[in-house]
Write a protein of this length. Sequence first.
Length: 161
Amino acid sequence: MGAALAAILTRATETSSRLKPLPPRLLPQGYNHSMSDKVRIDKWLWAARFFKTRGLAREAIKGGKVQVDGNRVKPGRTLAEGDQLTIRKGDDEYVVTVTDLGDRRVSATLAQERYVEDSDSAARRAAATAQRKLDQQARAERPRRPDKRQRRQIVRFTKGT
């Protein structure tokens, strides 16, 4: 029995290197296994981790926060490799070029490989972040209205008592 099991295992390892990919009819619905296929922009934004849910991505697209090649689009628009996206999230603006059309949500490090961010865009975001930090520090150091104790001290000082 041991020889038969060994023969089966060796045959299995030999054939595993020659396995063919599954035919499309056997793949889960909506699975994008080829990089040449097209994918909806809302699904891609969700998969590339720009938005936490597809609903948020759809709302951002409808609100004009996402543009493809400088034009406002609808959530059902299909992307192609090489499309340039402008994405505004809060105070930040990303300008990215699509390199991979995967529609599966993967880890953040793998998701960043699906696009290339424009170097000017990254520099502007870094400068804006630094400016926001400086503004926050300036607001924290700004004097506020005097409290009760300080008002009493001011009155004593001005009246001379």
